[in-house]
Design a binder for this molecule. Structure first.
Ligand code: ADP
Ligand code: MG
Length: 758
């Protein structure tokens, strides 16, 4: 029996990426849980670099966050650790979404299961441990004479707020109760202060639309909310307008100060939408101005070298490839060759679905740089992926050129040697994480900068790597199909190549959805596969059951702990159970909180085939490439976004074996149906967008565009175009942003792109 019966909730995997680390993005509620973003930069297991926080641009607001009322040394540190060091960064800490609590109902009106908000008084509370690993908090709640039950699983720390006599605003799912009645299950909890009116519509609460912020470790959501709002009340008026007045008037955009206030403290849905539009426009406008300036700079750049035509190294490399390139790969390589033949630097995006073989294309391009006497760098979003690339590149290059790895966990002495070697030009290709961007990492001559999984980075990081050379060629790789309008906007400065075919012999991954009740059969099947020599993954959305912290209270309000109720699989306990149930299978565990050396060891044992079944969090989402892996079971699949599931599924079906993806889903498998039907990443992305487009009050952060925290591609297409036009018009009039009225704009754009030469 392998089905975990100790139903556990755990802390969200702080390092879980995708669609979103750090903070949630949100494919409906689902990806929220599994996929945290930090505004600005993603922070996976990206080495030791502290989060950068939102970019700062408003000089008048470069005041330490500690100046805010209610922020002392401790809170200052907590905010700082999340990259919120100045008042401006606090102001730019945008809500991930807003919860509409205006529709609070009387308990008496709740007659059937559903999602409700209700203002209640706690009558009594009981805590119990029905079995190991499960703690239960049960309360009787009342509203007038009507009494209902509310239960929370493994959230014992809530006893501090769910106390007899407490007035609470509950928000969440109401489901049939054991006794036949109805009960709130793991509802989100908001304390209704005695000094405030009990009704949710009370203006003192800042309206019914309650902003939900990306979590800051150590700060409860309501504390964070109070601090951000103090910043808004004290400082929003100093936020300068960077969008020309004419454009603002024509598009009916509210002034910046109003917009930022409205996003944090909307008094109505209409005000929120108006504010959101203005903030989105501002974001896109800055991006467009910067991209256009960058493009102009590049067009005029004279870097004094062009990459040498392919020579002996390249022929050796191509001849020694373990497989013939696909037609699509050859075409993209030709496009790259044409770019490299120019003196103008290459600026190219290679888009190709998961498994289409982007790595070998990048490898060929990097070898061209090395052959021409320059160096190449490959930036990856996670250490696991960087390590994988190191292995693949060493395998592909053999002795043709020297490849090294630099990550946040490279030991100091080794790092020192590596940095020296690099500066001396003795390393041809350097692979790594954000650690590559540190200032003391200098190249003798960087000829080509490659960013893998581009959607996990921002424009700034892409540029930071390129800035380590004199106008190097730039290649960015992504598997995320981006809607057309958005691609134009974001990559308007890039040429695009498409790897539109998979290597031959790939059979589509056979995908099924199964209810939790079928787990036993699913795992019996997986066990047989592994015994037959294949390998498999099990993906769990959470790491482990553990003592909850203040942080998890945020989680509750963020809907992070199991929104569907009690049981979210925890990788740790899962791995234990599976190991116990399959004594003849070697089970491994991988998650973002493991020390890097351990992660590395687990991964290399899996690559070597020593681990048969790898239980992991979404850290394996990008890049893990083990052709012998033939099955992936995704637990709690309904908690993930479609695009993310597609990416996870891409971990299998990379070799000659028939592969399987089994989505264990309790809730609504219809949502996942598109995955069982198609393996076309574009179709899936479209469906993903359709599913969560209109439902959310705010746009999500799932499109992998950290700069556009609030943009919603489904709704903002028109705005994108407007921003592009406005940026063009403005730059035609003032190409160097020298007019006094463009000072703030220039500052904002430079905050995003670094110094502009104009
Ligand atoms: P992605 O585009 O997702 O980054 P990878 O570059 O990791 O894909 O390639 C996926 C797998 O396909 C790797 O195991 C790689 O060796 C293999 N591969 C790449 N190109 C080919 C090809 N032309 N023929 C066969 N296998 C290939
Ligand atoms: Mg890849």
């Amino acid at each position: 029996m392998v089905a975990p019966s100790g139903r556990r909730t755990g802390a969200p995997d702080a390092s879980a990426p995708s669609g979103t680390s750090g903070r949630g993005a949100g494919a409906a509620q689902a990806a929220d849980a599994a996929t945290p973003i930090v505004s600005g930069a993603r922070t996976d297991d990206l080495g030791a670099s502290p989060p950068a926080g939102p970019p700062a641009a408003w000089p008048a607001l470069a005041i330490p966050a500690a100046a805010l009322p209610g922020v002392g040394a401790t809170r200052g540190r907590q905010l700082g650790a999340a990259g919120l060091r100045t008042v401006e960064q606090v102001l730019r800490h945008l809500p991930r979404r807003h919860e509409d609590r205006s529709r609070a109902v009387r308990l008496g009106e709740i007659r059937e299961p559903g999602t409700y908000s209700a203002c209640v008084t706690v009558l009594d509370v009981r805590e119990s441990r029905p079995r190991p690993g499960l703690s239960l908090l049960q309360a009787r709640i009342a509203d007038g004479d009507v009494v209902l039950r509310a239960v929370w699983f493994n959230q014992g720390y809530l006893r501090r707020v769910v106390a007899p006599g407490a007035r609470l605003l509950l928000h969440g799912r109401v489901a049939p109760d054991r006794g036949g009645g109805l009960a709130f299950r793991s509802a989100e909890v908001e304390v209704v202060r005695a000094d405030r009116a009990a009704t949710p519509g009370d203006p003192a609460r800042g309206g019914d639309l309650l902003p939900v912020y990306p979590a800051v470790a150590g700060l409860a959501q309501r504390t964070l909310r109070t601090l951000v709002h103090a910043a808004v009340r004290g400082y929003a008026e100093f936020i300068p307008d960077t969008v020309p007045a004419g454009v603002r008037a024509r598009l009916g955009l509210v002034p910046a100060a109003t917009a930022w206030r409205g996003v944090h403290l909307p008094s109505s849905a209409a005000e929120l939408e108006q504010a959101r539009r203005a903030v989105v426009f501002e974001e896109i406008f800055h991006l467009q101005v910067g991209l256009l300036i960058r493009r102009r700079e590049r067009a005029g750049a004279v870097r004094g070298f062009r990459t040498a035509p392919p020579g002996a190294l390249t022929s050796c490399f191509l001849a020694a490839l373990p497989f013939p390139l696909t037609g699509a790969q050859r075409r993209v390589l030709r496009e790259i060759d044409l770019d490299l033949a120019q003196e103008r630097p290459m600026y190219r995006l290679v888009q190709g679905d998961v498994g289409s073989g982007k790595t070998v294309v990048a490898a060929a391009a990097m070898l061209r740089a090395a052959e021409g006497g320059h160096q190449a760098a490959l930036l990856a979003p996670t250490e696991i992926l960087a390590e994988q690339h190191l292995l693949s590149l060493r395998r592909l290059y053999g002795s043709l050129c020297r490849v090294e790895l630099l990550t946040g966990s490279t030991p100091r002495a080794a790092r020192r040697r590596l940095v020296a070697d690099l500066a001396a030009g003795n390393v041809a290709v350097l692979v790594g994480t954000h650690a590559l961007l540190e200032p003391d990492v200098r190249f003798a001559s960087l000829g080509l900068a490659v960013t893998d999984e581009q959607h996990r980075f921002g424009v700034r990081q892409r540029d930071a790597l390129a800035a380590k050379g004199r106008c190097p060629d730039v290649l960015v790789l992504t598997a995320t199909p981006i809607p057309r309008t958005l691609a134009m906007t974001l990559y308007g400065d890039l040429d695009v190549s498409l790897i539109d075919a998979l290597p031959p012999g790939r059979r589509p991954v056979r995908t099924f959805t199964r209810p939790p009740a079928s787990r036993e059969r699913v795992y019996a099947f997986v066990r047989d596969l592994v015994r037959g020599g294949r390998q498999a993954f099990v993906v769990c959305p959470l790491i482990a059951a553990q003592t909850p912290t203040e942080d998890d209270i945020d989680g509750i309000e963020d809907g992070l702990p199991p929104s569907e109720g009690e049981e979210a699989a925890a990788a740790e306990s899962f791995a234990q159970r599976l190991a116990a149930a399959m004594p003849d299978v070697r089970v491994g565990l991988l998650h973002g909180r493991m020390p890097p050396a351990v992660k590395e060891e687990v991964m290399s044992r899996f690559v070597a085939g020593e681990i048969g079944l790898l239980v992991a969090t979404t850290v394996i989402e990008v890049g893990v490439d083990v052709p012998n892996a033939a099955a992936i079971v995704i637990e709690d699949a309904d908690r993930f976004g479609l695009a993310q599931l597609h990416q996870l599924r891409g971990r299998v079906g990379r070799g000659p074996h028939t592969s399987y993806c089994i989505l264990i889903a309790r809730g609504s498998p219809q949502r996942l149906e598109v995955l069982t039907r198609t393996s076309d990443g574009f179709a899936i992305a479209e469906e993903d967008l359709r599913q969560r487009g209109p439902g959310e009050v705010l746009g999500t952060r799932q499109h992998g565009l950290p700069e556009l925290a609030l943009a919603d591609p489904a709704r903002d297409g028109g705005l994108l175009q407007e921003a592009r036009d406005a940026a063009r018009t403005l730059l035609a009039e003032d190409p160097l942003l020298q007019a006094p009225e463009h000072t703030y704009l220039r500052v904002a754009v430079e905050a995003l792109f670094g110094r502009l030469r104009g």
